[in-house]
Design a protein around this ligand. Structure first.
Ligand SMILES: Nc1ncnc2c1ncn2[C@@H]1O[C@H](COP(=O)(O)OP(=O)(O)OP(=O)(O)O)[C@@H](O)[C@H]1O
Ligand SMILES: [Mg+2]
Length: 268
């Protein structure tokens, strides 16, 4: 956690991250840093002859920010889908806190996901017939919860979508749709946020806003964030970078800098 970040390719992001770090350490100490947010044990997922995840075991601790990296097709999205209960592994177990997902009926799994998990899909998955506001507040509506108007307004502003609340997804650019997807995942302040390349369609400045929101979810509210990214500069916002190759975890890097991630990437 104390590794210097001066070598990061994004000095602004790296400085902001560094400034948060002490704060994060103190917060984590107060909120049981050893507690497991999500645990995967020997998780395998096969699609026909393709083994997308191969016997993966990993624990995401509460109040941590993890970046998952790996080449296209290495199993990152499959990992996120299994870890979040969106998809059931072929074998192995997944626990969210103390709840073993494999034992839950579909309706209970759906409710648990709705109440405790935020997910930013790689393909956004916005509802085409709903405007931005309804898309963002959909998880609240489905959970029968009232919007915390202050937080809703803040999230919407922070992702830069305040002027577009009455637009339909088809009227938005790809990056705008992605930002709506990020706001939707954060609006319920879920225990754990899974974000599948949530900055892939964004310019570096807008990406920085989104990454800062994710970082603050960890530092200020003790949420757990799991971010899939191809971008070493984005990974530098995380506490740990995990490298996937052919469905297996092959390496991890604590306090990743963009430069260190790039170096590690070259040996994948
Ligand atoms: N629903 C599916 N049916 C069949 N094969 C699948 C399915 N989903 C994923 N796969 C296969 O599993 C492997 C891992 O896919 P996954 O989407 O997890 O990769 P990824 O690391 O997220 O890639 P990318 O960076 O391109 O998003 C790939 O070989 C893919 O073709
Ligand atoms: Mg993917």
């Amino acid at each position: 956690m104390t590794a210097p970040r001066a070598s990061s390719a994004t000095p602004i992001a790296a400085r902001a991250h560094g400034a948060h770090h002490g704060e994060h350490g103190e917060h984590a100490a107060r909120t049981d840093p050893g507690g497991a947010a999500v645990t995967l044990e020997r998780v395998t997922k096969t699609y026909g002859r393709v083994t997308a995840l191969d016997n993966v075991s990993w624990t995401f601790r509460r109040g941590t920010f993890t970046a998952i990296m790996g080449t296209s097709g290495s199993g990152k999205s499959t990992f996120l889908h299994c870890a979040s209960g969106l998809d059931r592994p072929t074998s192995g177990t997944v626990r969210l806190g103390d709840t073993e997902l494999g034992t839950l009926k579909e309706t209970d799994l759906t409710r648990l996901r709705r109440d405790r998990v935020g997910f930013v899909f790689q393909g956004y998955n916005l509802v085409p017939s709903m405007d931005v506001e309804r898309n963002i507040t959909l998880p609240l509506f489905l959970g029968g919860r009232k919007a915390d108007r202050r937080w809703l307004t803040e999230v919407v502003h922070r992702v830069g979508m305040a002027e577009r609340m009455d637009h339909k997804p088809s009227q938005l650019s790809g990056g705008q749709q992605q930002r709506v997807a990020v706001a939707r995942a954060l609006v319920t302040r879920p225990e754990i946020v899974f974000a599948d390349e949530p900055t892939a369609a964004l310019d570096p400045r807008t990406a920085g806003h989104v990454l800062r929101l994710l970082r603050e979810a960890v530092d200020q509210t003790g949420q757990t964030v799991v971010l899939v990214t191809h971008d070493p500069a984005a990974a530098a916002w995380a506490d740990t970078a995990v490298f996937l190759s052919e469905g297996r975890i092959v390496d991890e890097l604590a306090a990743p800098t963009a430069a260190a991630v790039l170096t590690r990437w070259e040996t994948l």
